[in-house]
Write a protein that binds this ligand. Structure first.
Ligand code: GH3
Ligand code: MG
Length: 390
């Protein structure tokens, strides 16, 4: 290991420690962002020279690091300016770009052996540019403030360290340099953390947007499924030819009525008279039309709360909730007359009435009574209504 005086040892140690910290933190907080990682990679160089200098027998490596530590930091500043130009307005940008150039020349000048006058001019220019920066510093906001302070400290460190050869000034220079590194380190940490937070928030927003879209899509699908389910249920309950309930569905509805306590309801069972003759004389297609017409007439004669079902062939049932036998007789008679008015072809119906609970108390019994009364009507010469006396 080479031997250098205490002041330089401190300077080397500060440069090494901060380079390692900035490098590590920059890489950790900016993973995946190649441009920022490249900037922080600038600190790999002093770190490498520093480590190398400890194991080198020559003094050169340590000296090179000491000489170039400030310019390296300034280069990192410049790189940051190029990445975030929107944060630096024109005047500030100009100052920030010109100042580092002077700073670089200032730090390199000890090796150039300039004359005293040229050194003096250089120092004056550096001070002037630093003052411009100081003025800009008042306007800088948030994190950029830290960068300006760091920059001023490094300029001050350079001026103090390279012009006069007094020991206390050397230590003061190192103090400024340490402050510059510390401010830069805080900037790297805060800016990296902010970017990380912004990235996380962005990812969270995208995730919640995605979740909302999925939720809406699921709701839409569920609604469509419910609709098609309802359609399927309706299809399974409906008679294709007449659009009335089919046998199973009308029996279910009657069953539901019988289960209600304290209710009274009636059913009308009816069948086209001599329908075979219509089929035989006019054909099945005309026969179908008669069945359809009968269903239509039935629907016109009943209330919204009533239900029409096709029991089979030319046989139908009308369910009349909250209807006594007397009321059912009126409805049945009105319906019989309406059918009797049909023409081309003219046909009639025979109707049987059953009332709950007077005639029957179960679905099966209700059907049996209505069927029995319908055949009573047939036997009485058709085109009539029949009911069992209670
Ligand atoms: P009744 O007065 O005793 O009822 O005499 P009917 O000739 O009407 O005798 P019945 O009710 O037993 O005959 C019903 C006929 O209806 C028998 C069948 O060929 C016919 N039929 C059953 N379903 C259909 C159908 O969907 N369309 C057509 N066109 N005819 C049908
Ligand atoms: Mg018939």
């Amino acid at each position: 290991m080479f031997t250098i005086e205490t002041a330089s040892q401190i300077q080397l140690l500060v440069t090494l420690c901060f380079s390692a910290l900035i490098l590590g933190m920059g890489f950790a907080l900016n993973r995946g962002q190649s441009r920022y990682m490249l900037i922080h990679a600038a600190f790999l160089f002093p770190l490498w020279i520093g480590i190398f200098s400890f194991f080198s027998v020559k003094q050169n490596a340590g000296w090179i690091l000491i000489q170039f530590s400030e310019p390296l930091l300034v280069v990192a500043f410049l790189l940051l300016m190029t990445v975030k130009p929107q944060n630096f307005k024109s005047a500030q940008t100009a100052a920030m770009i010109v100042a580092p150039l002077f700073a670089v020349v200032l730090f390199v000048q000890p090796m150039l052996s300039l004359s005293a006058t040229k050194q003096y001019i250089l120092v004056c220019l550096t001070i002037l540019v630093s003052l411009i920066n100081l003025y800009n510093l008042r306007k800088a906001k948030g994190l950029e403030n830290l960068l300006f302070w760091s920059f001023l400290c490094i300029i001050a460190s350079g001026i103090l360290g390279s012009l006069w050869n007094a020991l206390f000034l050397t230590y003061l220079s190192h103090t400024f340099k340490t402050a510059a590194y510390a401010a830069f380190l805080v900037y790297v940490y805060k800016a990296g953390y902010q970017r990380l937070m912004a990235k996380t928030q962005d990812a969270e927003k995208k995730l919640s947007d995605f979740n909302r879209t999925v939720e809406m899509e699921v709701k839409k699908r569920v609604f469509q499924l419910q609709l098609s389910n309802e359609k399927l249920v309706n299809i399974s309950k409906t008679d294709k030819l007449t659009d009335a309930y089919n046998k199973a569905a009308i029996l279910d509805l009657i069953e539901t009525q019988t289960l209600q306590k304290g209710t009274e309801f009636s059913i009308l069972m009816f069948d086209i008279d001599l329908f075979k003759q219509i089929n035989d004389s006019m054909g099945h297609i005309e026969g179908d039309k008669c069945i359809k017409k009968l269903a239509l007439l039935s629907k016109q004669c009943i209330r919204d709360m009533d239900s029409l079902g096709r029991y089979g062939g030319d046989e139908f049932i009308i369910l009349l909730p909250n209807t006594s036998e007397m009321q059912a007789r009126v409805i049945a008679e009105r319906f019989r007359k309406k059918v009797d008015e049909t023409n081309a072809p003219h046909f009639t119906v025979s109707i049987g009435i059953a009332t709950f609970p007077g005639n029957a108390v179960t679905t099966r019994e209700m059907i049996a009574v209505a069927d029995e009364q319908m055949y009573v009507s047939k036997n009485r010469g058709r085109n009539t209504i029949s009911y069992r006396n209670m």
